[in-house]
Design a protein around this ligand. Structure first.
Ligand code: ATP
Ligand code: MG
Ligand code: FE
Length: 349
């Protein structure tokens, strides 16, 4: 089926179009620059930006795919999780489009969409698979037995998301937003072993209860204290070493837990998604550990890793192919939609 997907959960207005597992268009308008002066995404600003970007992005996606609205079989939209005001813009647009065109509507889960994106990049994904999704808003470890039927949350962050930690630490180092790419840039030439920063929830006392959970707020505070102390002592801050050591701590925790999940569950497959996957060290260490542990690693191209509409369209197409019925119009934006709810408000037979 030809499916148009709409994504507005955070600061990207994304409209994508797929035909089955083939990508036809993926257009993204980001309001990231507008959030830079605040050092993080401001919900009100994001929602307003979605309103302005929605129609032009929709038209640009149709143009890119070279098709008209009449050639679309269905519409898919992110219902949650994400920022309420931001989600509402996409949900409203998708409902209006569905009513106006008479095309069926599928309301889907953003996180599961990140997993669904992978089929657009490569051959079909094999299940079960472990998936690690890391961005500015989420850090989640999933066990996906069936993309359209059975997704389990193994663990998630209990405080800051990993991308958020990158953004906050960059700020401490006087680097601009978004911090991830900046940390990557200045870490080149730094010694990742120069400073030993804490690895959250890795120690024996939390090992069992939080076996697959993450915590990055202690790490962020530790870096801030270290930099402050060095400043008080009148030392020049070794920015490259701090950045490399911080990055190493994040990457170590993320991948230790992801590969642990693969080993525990006997699943030799790991999929990575989310903006933090752009990180050079994440990619390097993931490849090393995958080879050592005999795990097949899948990392979609970055345009499909960060928030986008094509992944929502791809999930919608897979729901249709699997025989799911469309959603009604009763659903709304659900900022805390659990990952187990792959599709919401599916109409009864
Ligand atoms: P959501 O959480 O809803 O997916 P988001 O806008 O935070 O929304 P993305 O746009 O996928 O998600 O990711 C942005 C985050 O990724 C930012 O926190 C940014 O710092 C981080 N990031 C981007 N590039 C890198 C990098 N090279 N290294 C580490 N983090 C990075
Ligand atoms: Mg974003
Ligand atoms: Fe996301």
């Amino acid at each position: 089926p030809v499916v148009l997907g709409i994504e507005t959960s955070c600061d990207e207005t994304g409209v994508g179009i797929v035909r089955g597992q083939t990508l036809l268009a993926n257009v993204i308008a980001s309001s990231m620059d507008e959030h830079a002066r605040y050092g993080g995404v401001v919900p009100e600003v994001a929602a307003r930006a979605h309103l302005e970007a929605m129609n032009p992005t929709l038209q640009a996606a149709l143009d890119e795919a070279g098709i008209g609205l009449d050639e679309i079989d269905a519409i898919a939209v992110t219902s949650g999780p994400g920022l309420s005001g931001a989600l509402m813009v996409g949900v409203g647009a998708a409902k209006a489009l569905s009513v106006a065109t008479g095309k069926p509507l599928y309301a889907v889960n953003h996180l599961v969409g990140h997993v669904g994106a992978d089929v657009l990049a490569a051959d079909s994904l094999e299940y079960p698979t472990i998936a690690l999704l890391v961005s500015g808003g989420h850090t989640s470890l999933l066990l996906v037995r069936d993309l359209v039927g059975d997704v389990e949350l193994l663990g998630e962050t209990i405080d800051d998301a990993a991308g958020e930690a990158f953004d906050k630490v960059a700020r401490v180092l006087g680097l601009p937003y978004p911090g991830g790419p900046q940390i990557d840039r200045v870490a080149v030439g730094g010694d990742p072993k120069a400073i030993h920063f804490p690895r959250g929830l890795m120690h024996a006392k939390d090992a069992e209860k939080h076996r697959y959970d993450f915590s990055f707020s202690g790490l962020k505070t530790a870096v801030a204290r270290w930099v402050e102390r060095a400043g008080d002592a009148g030392d020049e801050i070794p920015v490259a070493d701090v950045a490399a050591s911080f990055r190493e701590a994040v990457v170590d925790v993320l991948l230790t837990k992801a590969f642990r999940a693969c080993a525990d569950h006997g699943i030799p497959r790991l999929l990575l998604g989310g903006g933090v996957v752009a990180n050079a060290r994440v990619r390097e260490v993931a490849a090393e550990r995958a080879a050592a542990q005999g795990v097949t690693l899948r990392i979609p191209p970055l345009s499909l890793c960060t928030d986008n509409g094509a992944m929502i369209a791809a999930l919608g197409a897979q729901l249709i192919t699997a025989g799911h019925r469309p959603s009604g119009l009763g659903f709304g934006a659900d900022s805390t939609l659990p990952v187990t709810e792959i599709q919401v408000d599916e109409r009864p037979f």
